[in-house]
Design a protein. Structure first.
Length: 261
């Protein structure tokens, strides 16, 4: 009897241990389910926002599809009306398109042409080149005028520094009046210039002129100013051959023929 009780007690203890283990597992599973339920309940506003966003996106897509479908129907209806209108005009012996429609069609074609990327790039390049050319011309013109003014100022300053005795002047008679070169030569010496060759020119001159060799324009300007001669030009080969070493030559023309009297 005692042995039987001991065996029953052992089985009861084992059963209790197993029961406690199963109870612990059930308790753990229950706690996990409760946490999942709490997480799901906490995420309910986010799910509602997602559903609302999806609904709005679908509604917007549907509205866009309906708008495109309506535009297609409108375009088809307008095309049918245009074809019918053109057919009626042909039957009446009139051009298919009215003047206004022709203008609108040309403007539409021109707008489509301008919308091409390659053409837009080409037009932009042409615009840049034109603007750059205009700017370059304006700047060069301004700088050229400035350089010209500076050059004239430099020549005037150089002429002011030159002394008459440092300039050798040849005198040529460019008229048929005899002795005019010698008479005018005396006038040149009176002004303080060094008198060079005094001779006749093989060509006739209506107006008196002061000629100069390359780089001697300042000296020539001083001579022309002191002798009241307005015409000034580079020395010709003909005059250079008879002017000797003189860098400036005065060719007396018919306007100064009275100097011989």
């Amino acid at each position: 009897m005692l042995h039987t009780i001991e065996r029953i007690g052992s089985f009861a203890g084992l059963a209790s241990f197993l029961g406690l283990g199963i109870f612990a597992l059930l308790l753990f599973a229950h706690g996990r389910d409760i946490r999942r339920l709490r997480d799901w309940a906490g995420a309910a506003p986010e799910r509602e926002a997602d559903r609302l966003e999806q609904t709005q996106t679908i509604a917007a897509q549907r509205a866009e599809e309906l708008r495109e479908l309506e535009e297609q129907r409108t375009a088809e209806h307008e095309a049918i009306e245009q074809r019918e209108h053109r057919r009626q005009r042909r039957e009446e012996g009139l051009p298919e398109l009215t003047r206004g429609e022709q203008i609108r069609q040309r403007l539409s074609g021109f707008g489509e042409t301008l919308s091409r990327p390659a053409l837009l790039v080409a037009l932009f390049l042409v615009f840049v080149l034109v603007v750059g050319g205009v700017a370059y011309a304006v700047l060069n013109n301004g700088s050229g005028e400035s350089k010209g003014a500076d050059h004239k100022a430099d020549q005037a300053a150089a002429a002011a520094k030159i002394k008459p005795g440092e300039i050798e002047v040849a005198v040529l008679n460019g008229t048929s009046v005899p002795g005019l070169a010698a008479t005018y030569g005396a006038k040149v010496e009176k002004k303080g210039f060094e008198l060079g060759a005094v001779t006749n020119s093989s060509s006739s001159y209506e107006k008196s002129v002061v000629m100069f060799k390359h780089g001697r324009e300042p000296e020539a300007k001083k001579v022309a100013k002191d002798l009241s001669i307005s015409k000034l030009e580079p020395m010709s080969n003909e005059v250079a051959q008879v002017s000797g070493e003189a860098n400036v030559s005065v060719v007396v023309g018919e306007d100064n023929a009275s100097a011989a009297n």
